[in-house]
Design a protein around this ligand. Structure first.
Ligand code: BGC
Length: 735
């Protein structure tokens, strides 16, 4: 449609039709007529709202979508937009974002998003509520699993790759509109507790938390989701400064703003609105276009307009943004665009997509320890693959809400294929957690309860028997899949104690031991790392990830993943992250000594595993850095060069990381900030030169007046394998 036609359409829409466009309802409202009565009453909306609603969420599948759209088009002239949480896979499930990010491979990350978009759009989806790019530094928060991690620069790269992958050329049936979330700062919820308050200085928000959302907007994402939290005391859904001044006016975002689930009505619980009408007013006035799953816009926008409190122009603008998005997708020309059952069948979990998921999972896993080259395992070795995840289909993680669990390849299947059925024996060994009830109610979606087939004693006896038989014990342990994800906050982010206690009983019988970790957040895992010979962080690797694990464990592939969130030593260190500020009394550097420096009495300051950390099967050395000049002038560039040598016969990959430290500035600066990275391949004994360009924009920061500035002065440059093991050089910047 031409713009003129859209304007004409808007002009001829009734008030109810307009309001409808600003409403997002869940799929159960649209199914059959009978199903629709229940949820309608519960939400407190009338029939017309469903008839004219603009969008439906989390109802997918070509046939279902076609039926709903057909019914809808009989009542409304405007096609429905189908949205959903297709976070890291529709049917082919990729590693959780925290894992995928650990690949440090933006081309691969983009390709994964393309596959996700291909599958979900073939099943009728138009919009995905992804990527989530909240900077997160608190392992207690269950939603670490959805985030790329703790670093503003890295999350920004990830954001752009995902948006480009999802959206492509933007066409219904072929790609997805990307809705970046949770704008803004949701990763900083106090004490890691879900839905909790966020409060930080505006300066810090702008410096560290906003850049990834901005990167998504700059990459062209067409939707933004507001976060549940407050910023400067105002819930984001009612926060005009964030939504209008920053997002719309400063960043020029002209797409659609949707709330998070029920966030408009939650303004009442927040205590900033006293009723639905006020909540609707505050949200609309702040700039929210679409109300997700509350009756506020549906019931209150009309009286607000009639009472002269809200202008019709404001509503028209919001409606126009929704219509424009539908038009960009080509829905006015064909509301059923891309709905083709054969295509859907061909795409979903097809071999090509599974291969990509396997590649991504292998690139995502992080080898945390490998003493005495325990890994890779020799082909003829006898393996006791034991633990709650040894034969489990729960490898997808919490946000794979559209997955088919039957598609998941288990570790047992993958290991027996790789090493031979007679070489691999398995048993579950112990419970996944002590208290399943703490997981709460998931409405019967998941089996929540004991995973054991035999008594606890029998499982332990079997584990010991297998350990005695085997040459190596592979422990497959981790969090319950529902211990992370939304509402998965934990005060003890660790392997459930029932599992570590069981490992203690089995370990004395193990000749060698490997631990495979399955979790949705950084864990406090020092004890497990110390007591086993090798540890591979697998996170939740997705539907085909078990095959990738067997490829890594057998040495067919060499691990190359690097952490994007620091792993704490102790819960009490949280938040612990590499890019913290310089303090007045930094430990080890301060003139103050002994007790009076910034440190703990009972624990080192450093995390157990730092940001950027990960091992591989090859060994490499980094030369010193040579700079093309130690003066960076104005808009010019200088180049930093170093040589990396593979000392072994094993081919591998290196994630070469570049950090900068601004030594003196008008505000405090982080001790190190990631500014660039390259993932390179190294053949056996190969030596490679790596060159980085240093530019002015890498030195930018937010000053006291909230302006982006670069100040002349002295900078440290670090290049290394992780945020701690780096070579160092110095340069000066001059205007
Ligand atoms: C979550 C969002 C999600 C939305 C829709 C909310 O509870 O915070 O991340 O997209 O639900 O399912």
């Amino acid at each position: 449609m031409e713009k003129k036609q859209l304007e004409n359409l808007l002009e001829h829409m009734s008030m109810r039709e307009k309001i409808g466009q600003l409403i997002l309802l869940s799929g159960d409202f649209f199914g059959t007529d009978e199903i629709a009565t229940g949820p309608k009453e519960k939400l407190g909306i009338e029939e017309w709202v469903v008839d004219y609603a603009g969008s439906a969420m989390n109802v997918l599948g070509t046939e279902k979508v076609r039926n709903i759209q057909e019914k809808h088009m009989k009542k409304s002239k405007i096609p429905l937009l189908f949205m959903g949480d297709i976070v890291y896979g529709y049917k082919t499930i990729f590693p959780i974002p925290l894992a995928l990010a650990s690949s440090w491979n933006m081309a691969l990350i983009k390709e994964c998003a393309e596959v996700v978009a291909k599958e979900a759009s073939a099943a009728g989806a138009h919009v995905t509520f992804a990527p989530m790019v909240d900077v997160v530094r608190d392992a207690r928060w269950g939603r670490c699993m959805e985030s790329p991690g703790e670093d503003p620069y890295y999350n920004s790269q990830f954001a752009a790759a995902m948006v480009n992958g999802f959206q492509g050329e933007l066409k219904a049936g072929e790609s997805l509109v990307s809705c970046v979330k949770h704008f803004a700062g949701y990763g900083a919820v106090e004490a890691g507790r879900e839905y909790n308050t966020v409060d930080m200085s505006r300066w810090r928000l702008m410096q560290e938390y906003l850049p990834p959302y901005k990167a998504a907007v700059d990459a062209g994402c067409r939707m933004v989701m507001t976060s549940f939290n407050t910023i400067e005391g105002v819930p984001v859904t009612a926060n005009r400064w964030l939504l209008d001044d920053i997002l719309r006016k400063t960043w020029n975002f002209d797409g659609v703003i949707v709330t998070d689930y029920a966030a408009v009505q939650e303004l009442i619980a927040h205590g900033v609105a006293s009723n639905d009408r006020e909540a609707a007013y505050l949200s609309m006035n702040a700039g929210v276009d679409i109300d997700m799953k509350t009756p506020c816009y549906a019931n209150q926008l009309q009286p607000l307009c009639e009472g002269g409190i809200l202008s019709i122009e404001k509503i028209d603008k919001a409606v126009m943004r929704v219509l424009t998005l539908k038009n960009e997708l080509g829905l006015f020309e064909d509301p059923y665009q891309g709905l083709d059952i054969d295509r859907e069948k061909r795409y979903l979990h097809c071999d090509k997509h599974r291969e990509k998921a396997k590649e991504a999972a292998a690139a995502s896993m992080v080898l945390l320890k490998n003493s005495n080259n325990t890994l890779p395992l020799q082909k003829k070795i006898k393996i006791a693959l034991i633990g709650p995840y040894s034969d489990s289909k729960e490898l997808n993680g919490m946000w794979a809400v559209h997955c088919d669990r039957e598609n998941v390849v288990t570790l047992k299947e993958a290991f027996q294929r790789k090493f031979g059925a007679s070489q691999v024996r398995t048993c579950r060994g112990c419970e996944l957690m002590d208290d399943y009830e703490s997981l709460g109610d998931f409405g019967g979606f998941f089996h929540i309860g004991s995973i054991l087939k035999h008594s606890k004693e029998e499982e332990l006896a079997k584990s010991i028997e297998l350990a005695k038989w085997a040459d190596v014990v592979v422990f497959a342990v981790g969090e319950h899949m529902l211990q992370s994800g939304e509402s998965g906050s934990r005060t003890k982010p660790e392997i459930p104690r029932v599992q570590s206690a069981w490992m203690d009983e089995v370990l004395p019988y193990a000749k060698k031991s490997v631990t495979l970790l399955f979790n949705g957040r950084p864990l406090v895992v020092g004890d497990i790392v110390e007591k086993t010979d090798a540890v591979l962080e697998c996170y939740f690797p997705g539907s085909d990830g078990a095959d990738s694990i067997s490829e890594l464990v057998s040495g067919e592939k060499n691990p190359s993943g690097r952490l994007t969130m620091s792993f704490p030593r102790e819960v009490g260190q949280i938040p612990v992250y590499y890019n913290h500020f310089s303090t007045g009394r930094p430990q080890g550097i301060s003139e103050h000594t002994g007790r009076y420096v910034s440190r703990y009495l009972d624990c080192p300051n450093e995390p157990y595993f730092p940001f950027g950390y990960g091992l591989s099967y090859h060994e490499s050395v980094y030369s010193e850095i040579t700079l093309s000049s130690d003066r960076l002038m104005g808009e010019g560039s200088i180049y930093a060069k170093l040589t990396i040598e593979n000392l072994t016969e094993t081919e591998g990959e290196e994630v070469v990381q570049l950090y900068i430290h601004d030594l003196f500035a008008s505000v405090v600066r982080p001790v190190k900030e990631l500014k660039d990275f390259q993932k390179i391949k190294l053949g056996a004994h190969e030596k490679k030169e790596v060159v980085f360009e240093i530019r002015r924009e890498m030195l930018q920061f937010v000053d006291q007046n909230y302006h982006m500035v670069v100040e002349p002065g002295e900078f440290e440059l670090f290049i290394g394998k992780n945020s701690i093991a780096c070579k160092k050089a110095k340069f000066f910047y001059q205007e």
